[in-house]
Design a binder for this molecule. Structure first.
Ligand code: BGC
Length: 734
């Protein structure tokens, strides 16, 4: 047996087995592309030694993520690596975090495009946009020499204070499933492997490594797992990442029900399950429950797995299956047939154009008293205030952090274990100035509230920016904007009634000043095209088209749980009070009792008859639309209706179809069952058909362990938001 040596960047040297007679390479029948990916994977598995098989089911350690650790010579600098088998032509798997763009690109002098938040692209309700989002990530992953993107966040927004919501696609299973599924398709269209995470119920960051999500199986299948089911069906990702938390008593990464029964059994997922980084807790239990690859290291699936296989505690057949799943995904996506050749340079201009387009589609106009769009020609002075809008826009942190070109646009003051709070150099101030060339546009930081109010008073219009940093490994205790920004907005609005607020946040926030301001945009974290996109929408060169993928509550008390499970309140004088702060991670296991089941977000507000601040699906534009002539096709299970642009300019409406199950089911809420993004010129009308996604009408029967469709009359409603549904019809669909 020969060994292949990897020279570590530090003093350490890693050795990996590679049973090879490199001088006489074997014929490689698995390179025959006429065979199916499964046949090709089987042929490779038959050639592998036990050591090689073990090598393919774990990573090499923390690699460049942690200083001082060993790094193989072929390492590409990403979050993970699985060492390949060169003698058989199987490349190493090089993984890069890439939730909203490729992470750590600057580490090796590379550039990556920062896209708007995933929550933002969900707000576009545009599956093509989601595909484009994935294209950008796949393109740049590939150009940078990686062959797997580990993004694809699909956890539902069960709690609007979750620190990672900007990486996820909102609160509805259909919307999240369709958007993430298309995003994954985009990634994999670039011949790299995609991933979907964090499977499952990693719905809060507080105590994420110990929290035990307790939920009934029916509710689980109809909520978070439905989002995964749809995204996996549409996106066919190479892998599924199991999460840190426990679900109903078992760690996700050794949860037989989640992995074997649901994912691989019911959904027939043919790819591999990879653990979140250090999310593996055992060898036999994990592997027999369905875990295929341990990341980032080999604590459980290295030597201990070899021992378990040799002793017969894990059948060789199971190890073969684990390896088969990895290889199959590599063949399906093309990473073996079309290996990525690092060019190290991506196309930043194409990236910017795509990021700008996606940001323009994602920003939601929440309120407008008629002040918007701003009339560039008529304005003589504009006050721009707050959130470092003079230099850039905020980005989200954690493993989703993308490096800012040229470095952080601000002198950072806050740092976490993930690094600093980073602003990207896309300054709204600059783009506002470009639009309003004849106006005096002045900036106030907002640190001095009185000075900001004085500037606002002297201007025709005030645009106040407010932001909130979020990152994985922590949540926020409240929905309030941090750092006295509410106070700033109140003071500015009191000084100038024509005050427009632009929120740059990862999550919904409360708006105690809503009644005093003229307009509000939610811009999420808008990415490298952010400043430009915001200005384009403010001045109306682009009409807003986004709609909320998540409910905005008036207060924490209106949520299913007024507090995040396990969150320790901070002392009142703590400077971090109310702000995102790293979870201390010193918890013993504690339960998160999801007794609300599927009733969170709009389903909660609807069934509890609570008024949200802004409803799921809400979003305004600079035109108006009318809906008419709803028809239901019982056979085809689709609806057809007419949308008319009744306003004065071309704009986009997102038509939403909601279904209520037959009354005997006792559900007191509707379910989103389909949607369509429609762009029309002033006065134009169009007949629109929306097919109903059958799973949105289904009920999961725990006893039969399968979906069932209740008989009876379903009520179908169509309109422009979950709370604005002018058309209704009912039909016996099953
Ligand atoms: C995150 C994952 C990420 C991994 C690797 C973990 O902390 O939960 O989403 O992919 O780190 O960076």
């Amino acid at each position: 047996m020969m060994s292949r040596l990897f020279i570590a960047l530090g003093a350490s040297v890693l050795m990996y087995a590679s049973a090879a007679a490199e001088t006489t390479p074997p014929a490689k029948p698995w390179m025959n592309t006429a065979l199916t990916p499964d046949q090709r994977a089987d042929l490779v598995v038959a050639e592998l030694t036990l050591d090689e098989k073990i090598q393919l089911v774990h990573g090499i350690g923390w690699g460049p993520l942690k200083e001082g650790g060993p790094v193989p010579a072929d390492n590409n600098g990403g979050a993970g690596e699985i060492v390949g088998i060169p003698r058989l032509g199987i490349p190493s798997v090089q993984q890069a975090d890439s939730a909203v763009g490729v992470r750590m690109a600057a580490l090796q002098g590379r550039y990556a495009t920062l896209l708007p938040s995933v929550l933002g692209v969900a707000a576009s309700w545009d599956p093509e946009g989601a595909h484009l989002y994935g294209d950008v990530i796949g393109r740049e992953i590939r150009a940078q020499g990686y062959n797997q993107s580990i993004g694809g966040g699909t956890n539902l927004a069960r709690d609007p204070r979750n620190g990672r919501l900007f990486e996820y696609a909102g609160e509805d299973p259909l919307l999240a499933g369709v958007m993430v599924g298309n995003l994954i398709r985009g990634v994999q269209s670039q011949h790299v492997m995609g991933d979907i995470k964090h499977y499952a119920f990693n719905d809060q960051e507080t105590g994420r490594a110990v929290v035990d999500a307790r939920i009934a199986r029916k509710a689980a299948r109809e909520s978070d797992l439905l989002a995964f089911e749809l995204a996996i069906r549409i996106g066919e990702p190479a892998s599924v990442m199991c999460s840190y938390n426990k679900v109903n008593g078992d760690w996700s990464c050794e949860n037989d029900w989640l992995m074997n029964r649901v994912l691989k059994g019911a959904w027939k997922f043919p790819g591999f399950v990879v653990s979140d980084w250090e999310g593996t807790h055992s060898t036999e239990k994990a592997v027999l429950a369905g875990l295929d690859v341990e990341m980032p290291g080999e604590d459980y699936l290295g030597a201990p797995l070899k021992g378990a296989v040799t002793a017969g505690r894990v059948p060789m057949q199971r190890l073969n299956d684990m390896v088969h799943r990895l290889l199959r995904s590599m063949f399906v996506t093309g990473v073996i047939d079309r290996p990525s050749v690092p060019r190290f340079v991506v196309d930043p201009f194409k990236g910017l154009a795509d990021a700008l387009h996606l940001a323009e589609e994602s920003i939601v106009l929440l309120k407008n008293d008629g002040t918007l769009p701003l009339d560039a020609g008529a304005l003589r002075s504009i006050a721009v205030i707050g959130a470092h809008a003079d230099v850039g826009v905020l980005s989200g942190g954690g493993s989703a952090q993308v490096d800012a070109p040229g470095g952080n646009a601000i002198e950072p003051t806050v740092s976490t274990k993930w690094g600093h709070v980073v602003y990207f150099p896309s300054p709204p101030l600059r783009f506002i100035r470009e639009h309003a060339a004849n106006a005096r546009v002045q900036f106030a930081s907002g640190a001095d509230v009185a000075a900001a109010a004085a500037l606002a008073k002297s201007a025709d219009v005030a645009v106040v920016f407010a932001d909130q940093y979020m990152s994985e490994s922590g949540d926020v205790p409240t929905l309030a904007l941090p750092s006295r920004q509410d106070e700033l907005i109140v003071a500015v609005a009191a000084a100038n009634p024509k005050t427009v607020v632009v929120l740059i946040t990862g999550n919904p926030v409360t708006m105690p000043w809503l009644g005093q301001v003229a307009g509000v945009f939610e811009a999420w974290y808008p990415g490298i095209g952010g400043g430009q996109a915001i200005a384009n929408l403010l001045f109306g060169s682009v009409a807003p088209s986004g709609k909320l993928p998540i409910t905005f509550a008036r207060a924490e008390a209106d949520l299913p749980h007024s507090r995040i499970f396990g969150l320790q309140p901070r002392p009142a004088n703590d400077p971090l009070e109310g702000r995102w702060a790293e979870d201390p991670e010193k918890h013993a296991t504690f339960p998160a009792d999801y007794s609300e089941g599927v009733r969170f977000g709009y389903k909660w507000f609807d069934s509890e008859s609570k008024e949200p601040l802004f409803a799921f699906g809400h979003g305004l534009t600079y035109s108006s639309f009318a809906f008419s002539e709803l028809q239901v096709d019982q056979q085809a299970k689709s609806v057809t209706f007419t949308i008319t642009n009744t306003g004065k300019r071309r704009a986009t409406e997102i038509a939403q179809l909601y279904a209520a199950l037959p009354p005997k089911c006792g559900e007191k809420f509707r379910r989103l069952a389909g949607f369509a993004r429609v762009t029309l010129s002033a006065g134009e009308h169009q007949s629109v058909s929306i097919p109903i996604e059958p799973l949105t009408l289904a009920v999961f029967d725990e006893k039969k362990d399968r979906w069932t469709w209740p008989h009876g009359r379903y009520t179908l409603s169509v309109g422009g938001s979950s709370r604005d549904l002018p058309l209704q019809a009912s039909a016996e669909l099953y």
